[in-house]
Design a protein around this ligand. Sequence first.
Ligand code: CA
Ligand code: CA
Length: 161
Amino acid sequence: MSSFCRALCLSIFAGLYGMAAAAQSLPSVPGPDIDDLNLPENTLRAIASNPEQAMRNAITALYTFSNDGVINQAKLSAFGLRAQAQARTAQLSGIFVHDLDGDFTASAAEVETLRSILPTRELGALISLISSADKDLDGALSQAEIQEYVNLNQRGRASER
Ligand SMILES: [Ca+2]
Ligand SMILES: [Ca+2]
């Protein structure tokens, strides 16, 4: 691989890592100078062991953040919001799997029905969910309780970053 390709590859990695770090509150990469890059050791090893594959990976990563290969702050923000929406959807899916009648709540009757059929681990998870999210202690999860629970978890995850 030519020194130009290596420099370009490093630049793409540095740029992508820097933008991803900013979007995800990861440790920042100091300086734009390739000689001063502080890329993760595993990234440097991957570039050194197979630069062509590293370049392909960098380009793939570039298009992960933008379907036209152009990255700007608005697109990174949208990417971050979409990642949050995906996490929220996954969490809601784990709750709504207990909504047997499809009214977007988990009623006490539904919870009671599920007690008789869920495997121990899933029942434990459901009981834990109810104890965490059921603010009015009626044994059911209203839409408001579900929304509050998911939003609290999202904020908790964001503050951990
Ligand atoms: Ca329901
Ligand atoms: Ca409740």
